[in-house]
Design a protein around this ligand. Structure first.
Ligand code: CU
Length: 160
């Protein structure tokens, strides 16, 4: 149902001439086969994303396709749970694993990661599908307060 709604919204936005800015990769299905052979996670670039009331810092991120990243999500709010959501974005990357408070979850794919106040999670991921993806916090009211950001995935070897 949510998927159909998402498509309907995409169709409506396309009709309005708005959607082409953002990539829709929500039909992709990331699997471990997407990982480049012999990824060296020691060499992964670390990106620290701070979450607070009500923003991400940085909120405009560029990732290069096929490069391994260690994305540390750090919710520094003392009071609020925050998350990071976007169907199209999470279908455009492949996860190797997720580490939450020392517990590792091995999965190629999630839709949403939620962090309690003063908690951290690390996503080990490889971006795969070039495009621009708007990510946001789905806790009611937070996106309206401005808690969103743009992640751009560029093709490997593209000029910056
Ligand atoms: Cu939030």
């Amino acid at each position: 149902m949510a998927m159909r709604l998402h498509r309907l919204i995409c169709v409506l936005l396309t009709a309005l001439g708005v959607a082409p800015v953002l990539a829709d990769s929500s039909r992709n299905n990331p699997t471990m086969d997407w990982l480049p052979p012999a990824v060296d996670w020691q060499d992964a670039q670390t990106l620290i994303l701070t979450l607070d009331d009500y923003w991400y810092q940085p909120n405009d991120i560029e990732l290069t396709g096929d490069q391994p990243y260690r994305v540390v999500l750090n919710n520094v709010s003392d009071v609020s749970t925050h998350d990071l959501v976007d169907l199209a974005f999470f279908h455009a990357v492949v996860l190797y694993k997720v580490n939450v408070d020392g517990i590792e979850l091995v999965t190629p794919h999630i839709h949403n990661i939620s962090l309690r106040p003063n908690s951290k999670a690390t996503l080990y991921l490889v971006p795969k599908v070039a495009g621009e993806y708007e990510v946001f916090c789905s806790v009611p009211g937070h996106r309206e307060e401005g808690m969103d950001g743009l992640v751009t995935i560029i093709e490997p070897g593209s000029p910056r």
